[in-house]
Design a protein around this ligand. Structure first.
Ligand SMILES: Cc1ncc(COP(=O)(O)O)c(C=O)c1O
Length: 454
């Protein structure tokens, strides 16, 4: 079949939000708990690959991928076909009590692409937070140790266990204490804003490891009481922060020395988002447990925790969830992995991402877009941190909001992360031309905002 060529530019026919969008937003306010932070009033009617159409007929270029979910694009034909044929067979029959091949096949495929190949086990969930909940239980049960280390800046979800590990914005936790006891937060090595004095990113990485060893393990808890270190290989919601290259290998060494499990949260970074199937592959570390979700099933709700068989050893009845590993979602996920391989989406993300990073760094260094304080990322997970003043690094919070709204009105869908970072996370199928146009629009809007400041 000849694939049709899709447009690479947005098309705005009515200034968004148009009348139909405004009416749906008003109805939403009346019936849906407003606990979300929405950046602008996009009301989606349909989507195709890297294009999104709103209810008033506007066409947008998608740089969000439904928040790092639509890695193979919207309505990928192979994924849709897999869903349709599963719908003709059966939609649900709880893996908790029975068996079906779709879940087994997906587990085989996933484990095959992980460090646990040949000796791993998977547990299926319905979301990222649930994958983290499973990780907490498995780590505690396996080690029989009470404490966990997590990082400031990290986001692991909002259910009570996952929230106890999350520390990216106070609003996530405010009013919900007491949370799970035994979680110790330590600073994340954030090279642009290193929490310790450091002359290089590597010194920042070493300082964080030193802090855990010299302060946490020497003054707070004995390392033999720590079950797990839970980390994002690149901070997502916390600002698209890439750690220094020495950090994860040093963290692995520290964990191994003390018999602590390495639990990596690949919920946002997985499935080629960063140019590798899993982001940890960039640093050659081998975690004990890996949590995934988001892009796994191409938009259907599905998550997983995977690990070595001896660690993933909860006894019968100890953990289960009715919908986890749903056969329709599992069939979609099998198709997602096939599409990723067939279209070489890891390589594509890496190639396109390097191009975007080069262009953004040029814009930062030339002073073309003076609000840019830092540009960082891997593959198509790219952050542009905006600051009011290059010296004080004061976050440009309101400026970020205005820039995102103006981009929306021009037909580019992009949101923020951390205090003042633009997060670029498009479908990995986006054509170069559409991506380049979007990046130029972002640079223009940053420049416009900077000139308004004078
Ligand atoms: C790194 C990471 N972990 C966990 C979660 C939670 O996933 P979910 O929203 O599916 O519960 C998210 C969601 O954004 C995430 O980015």
């Amino acid at each position: 079949m000849v694939s049709k060529r899709l447009p690479t530019r947005p098309k705005i026919v009515v200034e968004p939000p148009g009348p139909r969008a405004r009416s749906i937003v008003a109805r939403d306010r009346n019936v849906i708990m407003q606990s979300f932070k929405r950046w602008y009033p996009l009301v989606v009617e349909r989507a195709e690959d890297y294009l999104v159409y709103d209810v008033d007929g506007n066409r947008y270029i998608d740089l969000n991928a439904g928040i790092a979910v639509l890695n193979v694009g919207s309505l990928n034909r192979h994924v849709v076909q897999a869903i349709k044929s599963q719908l003709e067979k059966f939609i649900h029959y709880s893996l908790t009590d029975f068996y079906y091949e779709e879940a087994v096949k997906l587990a085989e495929l996933l484990l095959d692409k992980s460090p646990f190949r040949g000796r791993g086990r998977a547990f299926f969930t319905n979301s990222g937070a649930e994958s983290i909940e499973a990780a907490i239980k498995v780590a505690r049960y396996y080690t029989r140790r009470p404490y966990m280390i997590a990082f400031m800046g990290a986001f692991h979800g909002r259910s009570m266990g996952a929230l106890s590990l999350t520390a990216s914005k106070p609003v996530h936790r405010r009013g919900f204490a007491p949370l799970l006891p035994g979680v110790l937060h330590v600073p994340y090595p954030y090279p642009y804003r290193c929490p310790f004095p450091a002359n290089s990113p590597e010194e920042c990485g070493e300082a964080v490891i030193g802090f855990i060893e010299d302060w946490v393990f020497s003054r707070l808890v004995s390392p033999d009481e720590v079950a797990a270190i839970v980390f994002e290989p690149i901070l997502g919601e916390g600002g698209y922060v890439v750690p220094p290259d020495n950090f994860l290998p040093l963290l692995e060494k520290l964990a191994r020395k003390n018999g602590i499990l390495m639990v990596v949260d690949e919920v946002q970074t997985g499935f080629c988002r960063t140019g590798r199937f899993l982001a940890v592959e960039h640093w050659g570390v081998r975690p004990d447990l890996i949590a995934v979700a988001k892009a796994l099933a191409g938009g259907l709700p599905l998550g997983a925790l995977i690990g070595d068989a001896d660690v993933m050893s909860l006894p019968a009845g100890a953990h289960a969830t009715t919908f986890g590993g749903n056969p329709v979602a599992a069939s979609a996920a099998i198709a997602v992995i096939e599409v990723i391989e067939e279209r070489k989406l890891c390589e594509n993300a890496y190639k396109l991402g390097s191009m975007v990073l080069d262009r953004l760094k040029e814009a930062m260094e030339s002073g073309e877009a003076p609000l840019i304080g830092d540009v960082r990322g891997k593959g198509l997970m790219i952050g542009i941190e905006l600051v009011r003043d290059q010296r004080t690094k004061e976050p440009a919070v309101e400026e970020l909001e205005r820039i995102l709204v103006r981009l929306f009105k021009r037909g580019y869908l992009v949101i923020g992360a951390g205090a003042s970072t633009i997060r670029i996370s498009p479908p990995l199928t986006i054509p170069e031309e559409a991506l380049n146009g979007a990046v130029e629009a972002i640079i223009e809007e940053i420049r416009r905002e900077a000139y308004k400041m004078g």
